[in-house]
Design a protein around this ligand. Structure first.
Ligand code: SF4
Length: 443
């Protein structure tokens, strides 16, 4: 059995694509190995939506190309968003690359791999037009068994002026309702206790099929999938959030009161320039509805600073807004001038050092808010999902509360006997350490 190694870069949606490509290769008789060295085939699933991500992808491809040149690996294939964007140019740029498979042609990976590793090895370049593949059933899991990402839709119909994703992943395609439920049941049977629902825009789930959002209905149905414990909603768009959805988050026992809602900005001229299609007033009304409708809500958002035309006044407005709204979780990105986007053609580009300074000022505004939230948890007993043991330390583990999404939020350091990864254990929060918490297991 030819062996293959998978390197997955970028976002959780790309991670699901990597898991599906791994599943397809295994079904086709390949065997997955953990390390590239010695593998007959290495597949790098790339990210390409902003310059930094492309640089990281080039660097990893370059490393694997070096191994290919030295004969430490057999063949090298590149997949994902960078492959979709740059196509055959990647074959020119990296002569060591044997095959390129676009993000939309993900399900052709095994066929291409056979061509690449076969006797009559031929360089491959496989792409296909939208829409994206609609099913992610057969996956090799790259996350810990108790956590799984479930992609409920792919592509995007929004027109954010700074974003390249719609041009890479195509129009919005909701996964059929029953297909999502089957995949959730399969992941739960395969050990998942936390299911993280993802898409470019989860709020719009079902709209392309029914004209309206089906997200509330989907949560109510997934709430009956056993033995899941937590269902987490990421990548909501600040529009199409219905009262039914708020009700579902508040009443479905497994749906954690945690929402990821990237807002990007709040000042009217910047929201218009970004083509976000929502106003400050609409955003504030939505936040009031969410805070008023969901008990114990933990809100994560993301802001982008340095968008063209962002002078001190709109930035100060954003800073003031973040200070008032007191988001429990907040990420800040600096605007990237992406070729081919509408925003790239805008005047009044902001100098890098100004972007950097605004990033740091917004994070400095957020830190005491996040720390105050952490301090309020001390003395409480919370359910902590144990993610892993701490090597070399007895009865010491790392986990997360329902208020911590994987890979983007803080963690909880837990001590206690009889714990194991995948278990949600009652733990008393005894201290805060930066953005993280310290806890003791309370059997
Ligand atoms: S919602 Fe906007 S930022 Fe998000 S993927 Fe779609 S176009 Fe890009």
């Amino acid at each position: 059995m030819p062996t293959f190694a998978l390197i997955s870069l970028g976002c959780p949606k790309n991670l699901v694509d990597s898991e599906c490509m791994g599943g397809a290769l295994c079904r086709d008789g390949f065997r997955m190995v953990g390390e590239p060295g010695g593998a007959d085939l290495v597949v790098v699933n790339t990210c390409g939506f902003i310059a930094d991500a492309r640089e990281e992808s080039y660097a990893v491809i370059g490393e694997m190309a070096e191994l290919r040149r030295r004969g430490d690996i057999g063949k090298l294939m590149v997949a994902g968003c960078l492959a979709e964007r740059e196509r055959e140019d990647l074959l020119g740029r990296f002569p060591e690359v044997d095959g390129v498979v676009g993000v939309l042609a993900r399900d052709a990976i095994a066929r291409a791999a056979r061509q690449v590793v076969g006797e009559q090895a031929e360089r491959q370049a496989i792409f296909q037009p939208p829409p994206c593949p609609a099913g992610d059933a057969e996956r090799v899991r790259l996350t810990p068994p108790h956590v799984a990402y479930l992609k409920i839709a792919e592509g995007c119909n929004r027109l954010c002026s700074f974003c390249t994703i719609p041009s890479i992943r195509g129009p919005y395609v909701s996964k059929p309702f029953d297909q999502v439920v089957r995949e959730a049941e399969r992941l739960a049977a395969d050990g998942a206790r936390e299911l993280v629902l993802i898409a470019q825009d989860t709020s719009s789930y079902g709209r392309d099929r029914t004209g309206g959002s089906q997200l509330a209905e989907l949560l109510q149905r997934l709430d009956r999938v056993e033995p899941l414990r937590w269902i987490r909603l990421m990548y909501l768009y600040p529009a199409l959030i219905t009262d039914a959805l708020i009700e579902a988050v508040n009443t479905c026992g497994k749906v954690v009161p945690y929402l990821d809602l990237p807002l990007q900005h709040i000042a009217a001229p910047i929201l218009r320039g970004m083509r976000r299609g929502v106003s400050r007033a609409e955003t504030e009304q939505l936040l009031d509805r969410l805070r008023g409708g969901i008990d114990g809500l933990v809100l994560r958002t993301t802001f982008m600073v340095g968008f063209p035309g962002e002078t001190e006044q709109p930035f100060d407005e954003l800073l003031d807004f973040a200070g008032r709204q007191r988001f429990e979780r907040l990420g800040v990105f600096t605007y990237r001038n992406e070729p081919g986007t509408a925003a790239a053609a805008l005047d009044h580009q902001v100098p890098e050092e100004v972007k950097r300074a605004r990033h740091d000022r917004l994070m400095a505004c957020q830190q005491p808010i996040a720390f105050a939230w952490g301090d309020r948890q001390v003395g409480r007993t919370l359910g902590v999902l144990i993610d892993r043991c701490i090597p070399g330390e007895k009865n010491a583990f790392v986990g997360r509360t329902a208020a911590d999404a994987p890979d983007v939020d803080g963690v909880v350091y837990v001590t206690g006997k009889g714990l194991r990864p995948g278990r949600i254990a009652p733990c008393e929060i005894v201290a805060r350490k930066g953005y993280d918490l310290i806890a003791a297991y309370q059997p």
